[in-house]
Design a protein around this ligand. Structure first.
Ligand code: NDP
Length: 337
């Protein structure tokens, strides 16, 4: 595959041009362009530049609101509720952040739950800023029903990711995020676009058996949960904490998306922030460092999410390589807008 190297500033500028050209307002396009750039920098790259045509289509088709004016309301001492005005989650997530941090610091724990929002991309960028502010964070979002519950034969759950972040004294925070499916939908799409098999059987093929062929999986629209019944139970938890708590769109309710021919999805998201200094253990930081020390250097084990830090260092120093074909499509999209 032919590739071109871009600096992170070039990635951000290209994203900004496409998003403003697709009608996004200045503040919203700044937030989304920054997250496209961070996804290219740290991974997952499936949520980076490749998402731009999806964003543009969702605005052109009238499915998502490019000029969203999200509303946030504190409805209990520890509860912040949001309505995303049919825009992308990232915008309301960025708007809610400072207030959520203040509430967690004063109450010890606080949660932000919001509905009427579109696909939030990689969840890690929603939890990491809380850990950078000294808080422990847990985020969930539901998505499009593509995951078959363990033992079932039709999709019920989205690929429903969750993310955990925690401050780590003297180092970058622990931040991991993962889908409830064996593999994320965007990675299936990316493998199909790049013409290669998945590294492992991630969904059902046309014969109803597990397969590594991304095209067959995109046709059956049936991914497998990770860890059999255990991953299936996590997907259920996320469906409830995401869609049900927030009053967001259930993963099985996607008629509106299909009517617009859109690839992105609506869902509900909840982000819980915990201030460890309010929980009475003065040596919390030592505990975290001790746990991490037991993992690192333990055979091949490493603290989950730390891979992003190496990718980040390399992207900052050398830029990111992008498929020349994708880049040409994106430049056409930027020029056309
Ligand atoms: P991966 O399986 O690629 O990675 C899951 C996590 O495990 C990452 O934090 C990764 O961090 C870490 N990890 C990977 N390998 C190891 C290892 N050997 N040891 C320790 N940790 C490891 O992620 P998924 O495919 O499940 O999800 C990809 C992305 O898609 C996520 O960002 C998720 O938020 C997003 N997503 C978004 C959805 C939405 O609707 N908005 C739906 C589904 C997924 P690292 O390798 O950097 O250390």
């Amino acid at each position: 595959m032919e590739t071109t190297t871009l600096t992170l500033d070039e990635v951000r500028s290209l994203a900004k041009a496409i998003l403003t050209g697709a009608g996004m307002n200045d503040a919203g396009s700044d937030v989304l362009a920054d997250l496209v750039c961070k996804s290219e920098r740290d991974g997952p790259r499936s949520h980076g530049l490749r998402m731009l045509p999806v964003y543009a289509q969702s605005f052109d088709s009238g499915y998502a609101n490019p000029d969203a004016q999200p509303k946030i309301e504190q409805i209990a001492p520890g509860v912040l509720r949001g309505d995303g005005d049919n825009g992308y989650y990232q915008i309301i997530g960025a708007k809610a952040r400072a207030q959520l941090i203040d509430m967690a610091r004063s109450n010890g724990i606080a949660a932000f739950s919001c509905a009427n929002t579109h696909h939030l991309g990689a969840l890690r960028f929603d939890t990491e800023p809380l850990a950078e502010a000294g808080l422990v964070a847990l985020g969930v979002v539901n998505s499009l029903s593509m995951v078959v519950p363990h033992g079932g034969n039709k999709p019920v759950f989205g690929t429903n990711p969750m993310s955990f972040a925690c401050p780590r004294e003297g180092q970058a925070p622990i931040v991991w995020d993962q889908a409830s499916s064996v593999i994320a939908l965007m990675d299936v799409r990316m493998a199909a676009a790049e013409g290669h098999d998945l590294p492992l059987a991630g969904g059902l093929g046309l014969d109803g058996q597990p397969t590594q062929d991304p095209n067959e999986i995109l046709e059956t629209k049936s991914l497998l949960p990770f860890g059999a019944h255990k991953g299936s139970a996590i997907a259920l938890l996320i469906e409830i904490l995401g869609a049900a708590l927030a009053g967001g769109t259930l993963s099985v309710d996607n008629a509106e998306r299909e009517a617009h021919g859109a690839l992105n999805v609506k869902g509900g998201a909840t982000l819980i922030a915990i201030d460890p200094s309010k929980f009475g253990n003065a040596t919390f930081n030592e505990y975290v460092n001790r746990i991490c020390a037991e993992i690192d250097g333990n055979g091949e084990a490493r603290v989950p999410g730390d891979g992003r830090l190496n990718k980040r260092a390399s992207a900052v120093a050398d830029g990111v390589t992008v498929s020349t074909e994708l880049l040409s499509q994106l430049r056409d999209l930027a020029g056309a807008s």
